[in-house]
Design a protein around this ligand. Structure first.
Ligand SMILES: [Ca+2]
Ligand SMILES: [Ca+2]
Length: 370
């Protein structure tokens, strides 16, 4: 497999977490919510009933669930700096995919439209820009654990069981030929992964899919409201503890990232959608599994935002921002490095960059019943 290292600048925008000292938010309020009933995620086809393109008159509503409007406290004053300050936000009622978009769903979109994702296109650069030949090939960023080089790293002076991650952000490798059809590189396939979340999706790819259904991406406010599941100021969609009664509630990374993945949750990479308990709104995998694109442009914190509803303004937004907001963390988020498997967490992502741990889900901005 031909590959080369991503630039540090791009790595910093795609890594799961930018801080090594990950603060655990203090408990905000207790909850005794029960996990959702058992769900046979392994048997899920990846295609919700009635799935297909929007008609001329109406959006497609397959797989959507209704989220009530309301006022909520967005952000966290106890998490990472970009999550501050906590502020009140009001959202209108809307509908959202109960699952992350699956490979099977995205495949139907591509079959119907012939759409080519950014990762599958030959990158275009101005003539005067000097770019290494490798970057001129279609490709995407693939997670490559640096365990081998840190097992016996004389400069780091520790083994792969060290309690802190290495100082270099070298676990993303640009792999020509990596794209949604080949998530681990050109030698990998989607066999058996029809019900896994689609990955290697750039911002405009996600919006193109959403528009095909007559929908859009969630604003950051909508996404966080839905992910919280109605629990006021809770750290996680299920309450205030990373686990609930000893049960792992999301597909994340257990063990010291990036050296050792203990895979206590059963999934080293992505999991089929819906394998972990849904929140009180019926939203699966809001946190964990894959990061999810929102429609919102990145801001370094919430200070510049107001408390009024932001949905209408965002709905009319034209064009793609240079840097967008992704939410929810992924299978690469670990307690020692990236406690971003929380509704309040947020991260910048270059909108033209795709990676192996970023997917999305869609919303329909209507108050009509699904
Ligand atoms: Ca996992
Ligand atoms: Ca997710």
């Amino acid at each position: 497999m031909k590959s080369f290292k991503l630039s540090r600048a791009k790595v910093l925008l795609t890594v799961c977490g930018l801080l090594t000292a990950a603060p655990l938010p203090a408990a905000a309020q207790g909850t005794d919510a029960l996990p959702s009933p058992a769900h046979d995620c392994q048997a899920y086809s990846g295609i919700p009933a009635g799935f297909g393109p929007a008609s001329k008159k109406a959006a497609n509503r397959a797989g959507l669930i209704a989220i009530p409007g309301g006022r909520f406290l967005m952000g966290s004053d106890e998490g990472y700096p970009e999550e501050k300050p906590v502020h009140a936000v009001e959202v209108q009622a809307f509908q959202i995919d109960q699952h992350e978009v699956t490979n099977a769903q995205f495949a139907q979109f591509v079959a119907a439209t012939g759409y080519l994702t950014q990762a599958e296109r030959v990158p275009q650069f101005p003539p005067h820009v000097q770019v290494p030949e490798q970057y001129r090939l279609p490709g995407s960023a693939v997670f490559t654990p640096p365990a081998a080089q840190h097992d016996h790293d004389p400069h780091e002076g520790h083994s792969q069981h060290a309690s802190t991650p290495p100082s270099s952000y070298n676990w993303w490798v640009w792999v020509p030929g990596a794209n949604w059809r080949h998530p681990g590189g050109p030698d990998t396939t989607l066999n058996g992964r029809h019900n896994h979340p689609v990955v290697h999706i750039a911002y405009e790819d996600a919006r193109a899919y959403a528009h095909w259904l007559g929908r859009d991406l969630a604003t950051e406010e909508q996404w966080e409201f839905a992910a919280r599941g109605g629990l006021e100021a809770a750290s996680y969609p299920w309450g205030n503890t990373p686990e609930l009664r000893g049960r792992l509630m999301a597909n994340t990374w257990q063990g010291n990232f990036p050296a050792k993945n203990l895979v206590r949750d059963g999934y080293e990479g992505t999991a089929p959608v819906g394998c972990f308990p849904a929140n009180n709104y019926g939203l699966w995998d809001a946190v964990g599994n894959v990061w999810e694109w929102t429609r919102s442009e990145w801001r370094p914190n919430h200070e510049s935002l107001t408390s009024k509803s932001l949905i209408e303004a965002a709905t009319d937004a034209k064009g793609n921002p240079a840097t967008g907001v992704i939410k929810g963390g992924s299978f690469l988020c670990a307690a020692n490095f990236c406690v971003r498997y929380r509704p309040a967490s947020r991260q910048p992502q270059e909108t033209t960059v795709s990676t192996q741990h970023v997917g999305f889900r869609t919303v329909l901005n209507t108050t009509e019943a699904p």
